[in-house]
Design a protein around this ligand. Structure first.
Ligand code: 1PX
Length: 211
């Protein structure tokens, strides 16, 4: 729920994400994204088109996880292995598996890189830093290269509607500015580790880009 969002919840999900074998548990990965999307929804309807796409992707993964082959979707590692072994991924272009787990995860994985860059610049920002600039710098260095012109334009316009840094810190609902910065300092290594482990999963997975 939007009004129950707290940065701590996001942190907790990413903390639970890695199991003892350093595999990424899809359940917590999905919950982490759900929290982030609920936060984004609270920022206003201008973000609805982003939210809709994110929810759609989260739902695809959740359906796999709760579906009849759910045991193969417990971790990112087992999902990738299962889909590749069973040729359930379109490796070069969109084909018979337009909504595979691998393809869908790759979109969220790229968005996680955006989040990592954005939160890092938020953490190290100063009073006169602008959230819209931090957000679009992070976007340009990550997701933008995978998006067509129209999406880049729409996204750029949505960024302009972001609240200023002070309000943004408040809606993160994690205490004073100093406390938010501390929490971001705790969250970032976890998010980075989840990102890196996913990134290392399978070079072949990255070829699922067009599919
Ligand atoms: C603690 C502060 C956190 C802020 C939380 C914000 C959560 C953001 C969640 C964004 C998830 C975006 C997933 C995008 C996946 C994607 O790249 N989809 C595109 C490709 O999909 P396709 O199936 O066609 O291959 C799709 O075309 C995307 C459409 C919508 C635009 C996506 C723009 C993403 C911008 C991310 C920045 C969000 C800014 C939120 C402001 C706080």
């Amino acid at each position: 729920m939007a009004d129950s969002f707290s940065l701590q919840n996001v942190l907790d999900n990413f903390k639970s994400c890695l199991n003892d074998h350093k595999e990424v548990c899809l359940k917590y990965y999905i919950s982490g994204w759900r929290e982030l999307v609920s936060f984004m929804n609270s920022l206003g309807s201008v973000f609805a088109f982003i939210s809709k796409d994110a929810v759609n992707k989260i739902q695809i993964l959740e359906n796999f996880l709760t579906g009849e082959n759910g045991t193969h979707y417990v971790t990112v590692q087992s999902m990738v292995k299962y889909e590749l072994d069973n040729e359930l991924v379109d490796l070069t272009k969109r084909g018979s598996h337009p909504e595979s787990g691998c393809r869908t995860l790759l979109r969220l994985h790229r968005a996680l890189r955006w989040l990592q860059l954005f939160l890092e610049s938020l953490r190290t920002s100063t009073e006169d830093s602008k959230t819209s600039v931090m957000c679009s710098d992070a976007y340009n260095a990550s997701l933008a290269q995978h998006h067509p012109w129209l999406i880049r334009k729409a996204t750029g316009m949505a960024f302009c509607a972001l609240p200023g840094r002070d309000t943004f810190f408040e809606v993160l609902n994690a205490g004073s500015h100093e406390e938010v910065v501390t929490l971001l300092g705790e969250a970032l290594p976890l998010i980075s580790e989840v990102y890196q482990i996913t990134e290392d999963v399978s070079p072949r997975q990255n070829k699922a880009e067009e599919g």
